[in-house]
Design a protein around this ligand. Structure first.
Ligand code: ADP
Length: 285
């Protein structure tokens, strides 16, 4: 059996994207999509950078809601998926949230946001290949990819297409692992890191989300989750695996609220501890 022809297609399409960042998590609900959107918004806050978000969380695409483009739909043109906002005729065009921030999600293709997507492996993989090879991003500095939780077939195929058979992705492909401080979540981080090692996907670093709660009224910080037996939490695990620890993002109800309503959290609450932590995380990338 020869190499999957999808690899060449994806490599060709994404040759105009400088960096591809896969956002991974061991479990659902730890804030992977939230972090994806914050990371992309943060990167795009520099108008000189072109940023894209690709949501391949096929079973629970939440990026359209978080990015405030829930009711957008993409349609297909002769040569691929065609634009809603920008007409280019050379593929499916993403939805532009800002001039330099584009979004493509499986959610755009569903009739209703509540449509359950129950697909078997091969169909999911075909869709991921299409998503990676047929979206017309133009020139991008960063493509941030929101993946399903865990390490499933989708991750394997996405990684295979992105790395394109090269051993290291030539420094242009990497993964950020998002976790919470809970022991159950941290244990799954091991699986993510082992997966990355196995498929030669470089790890950019680990982010600990929902790490403490700073009361917006009295500013006192409380720990929500009991301390894990894994020494040093996510930071300890990063040390153990020799990968960078990128930082902690606190629980902030205003962040959850703004994501639910598709607002730009970093712009609306730049002085919040969560926004400040995120700035630090971005600076350390
Ligand atoms: P995942 O993508 O890992 O399934 P989400 O990003 O959808 O997780 O987050 C799950 C829920 O937690 C969402 O309702 C989101 O708004 C909320 N959330 C995530 N991170 C935070 C945070 N730091 N503070 C408050 N709420 C958060």
């Amino acid at each position: 059996k020869g190499p999957d022809p999808g690899i060449a297609l994806v490599q060709q399409r994404l040759s105009s994207v400088k960096y591809k960042i896969l956002v991974l998590s061991g479990k659902g609900g730890v804030g992977k999509s939230t972090f994806t959107s914050l990371l992309a918004r943060g990167l795009a806050s520099d108008i000189n950078r072109n940023v894209g978000i690709l949501d391949i969380d096929i079973c629970g695409p939440s990026i359209p809601r978080i990015m405030g483009v829930l009711n957008e739909q993409v349609h297909q043109s002769g040569s691929g998926w065609s634009p809603v906002v920008h007409q280019s005729g050379s593929g499916w065009s993403p939805v532009y949230v800002e001039e330099n921030l584009a979004v493509m999600s499986i959610g755009f293709l569903l009739g209703s946001p509540d449509d359950a997507v129950i697909w078997r492996g091969p169909k999911k993989n075909g869709m991921i290949r299409q998503f990676l090879s047929e979206v017309d991003w133009g020139n991008l500095d960063y493509l941030v990819i929101d993946t399903p939780p865990g390490t499933s077939d989708e991750h394997l195929s996405a990684t295979q297409y992105l790395l394109g058979g090269s051993q290291s992705g030539s420094g242009t492909v990497g993964a950020v692992v998002v976790t919470t401080p809970q022991e159950v979540a941290l244990l799954d981080v091991r699986k993510e890191l082992d997966f990355c090692k196995k498929v030669n996907l470089p790890v950019i670093g680990i982010v600990e989300n929902m790490s403490g709660f700073i009361c917006p009224k009295c500013k006192v910080q409380s720990e929500i989750f009991p301390p894990s037996k894994i020494g040093g939490g996510a930071e300890g695990m990063a040390k153990e695996y020799g990968v960078p620890f990128l930082g902690r993002l606190p629980l902030d109800p205003r962040l959850g609220k703004s994501c639910d309503s598709g607002e730009h959290f970093l712009e609306s609450l730049p002085e919040s501890p969560a926004a400040k932590s995120l700035t630090q995380i971005l600076d350390g990338l």
